[in-house]
Design a protein around this ligand. Structure first.
Ligand code: ZN
Length: 201
C-alpha cells in the first residue's frame, strides 16, 4: 500500500466521493486556499508542520483536485526542500523527478487502488464512456483517468491505450471547448502551467 492509500485508509475512506482533499490536507497540517494566480496552477509553502496550498481559483474543479493532491505529494515527500515544479496533469516524467513522486502520490490519493481496482475490473473491455464513468466516480479528468488506468497492471494495457487514443482524437476535435481538452493539451503549454512549490521544513 502506498503512503497516499495508507492515509486514506487511516481516515476510514471507503468510497471515492469521500475523498475530500481539503479535509485530507487539513489532517496533514496543510490549509488550502483559492486565489487568482498568474503563470501557475498551484503552489505550497510550508513551515514546520504546517503548510498553505494555494490553488488557482478559476481552474476547473477536477484540475483543482489534481493540483491539491499533487501539492500534498510534495508535502509528503519533499519537506525541507525548495523547488519549482510544473504540473501538467498526470503524465510520464523522469523517474527521478520530484514531480513524478508528486504525480504518483496524487494518482494514489485521487484513485486509490483499493477503490479503483474493483471498478476498473468490473468494466471489462474498456470503452470511452467507461473511462468517463470512472472519471466521474473519482472526480478526475479524463486524461488522468486514462493514464492511471494505463499505468496500473491490473488493467489490460491495450484497452487503456485504446482509451488514450480515443481521448486524443476527441480532444483534438473539441479543442478549447472542454476541460478534457484543457488537460489533454497541457503538455504543449507547460510554460503557462508552471506550479511553484516551496517546501520549507
Ligand atoms: Zn510539483
Amino acid at each position: 500500500m502506498t503512503p497516499a492509500e495508507a492515509l486514506l485508509q487511516e481516515l476510514g475512506i471507503t468510497e471515492p466521493e469521500e475523498i475530500d482533499l481539503e479535509t485530507i490536507a487539513y489532517h496533514v497540517g496543510a490549509r488550502v486556499r483559492f486565489r487568482p494566480l498568474c503563470g501557475c496552477e498551484a503552489h505550497i509553502l510550508g513551515c514546520g508542520g504546517h503548510a498553505i496550498i494555494t490553488v488557482k481559483h478559476d481552474s476547473s474543479a477536477r484540475r483543482k483536485r489534481f493540483s491539491i493532491a499533487h501539492e500534498l505529494g510534495h508535502w509528503r515527500f519533499h519537506r525541507g526542500k525548495t523547488l519549482v515544479c510544473r504540473v501538467d496533469e498526470y503524465r510520464p516524467r523522469d523517474a527521478q523527478s520530484p514531480e513524478k513522486a508528486a504525480d504518483g502520490y496524487a494518482a494514489d490519493l485521487l484513485m486509490p487502488r483499493y477503490l479503483f481496482a474493483p471498478r476498473a475490473s468490473a468494466l471489462g473491455r474498456i470503452a470511452f464512456d467507461s473511462i468517463g464513468r470512472v472519471a466521474e466516480a473519482f472526480k478526475t479528468s479524463l486524461s488522468v483517468t486514462v493514464l492511471v488506468t494505463q499505468a496500473r497492471a491490473s488493467f489490460p494495457r491495450r484497452y487503456a491505450l485504446g482509451g488514450a487514443v480515443a481521448l486524443l482524437c476527441i480532444a483534438y476535435v473539441t479543442a478549447r471547448t472542454s476541460e478534457m481538452v484543457d488537460a489533454s493539451t497541457s503538455t504543449s503549454r507547460s510554460s503557462r502551467n508552471a506550479t511553484s512549490a516551496s517546501i520549507f521544513g
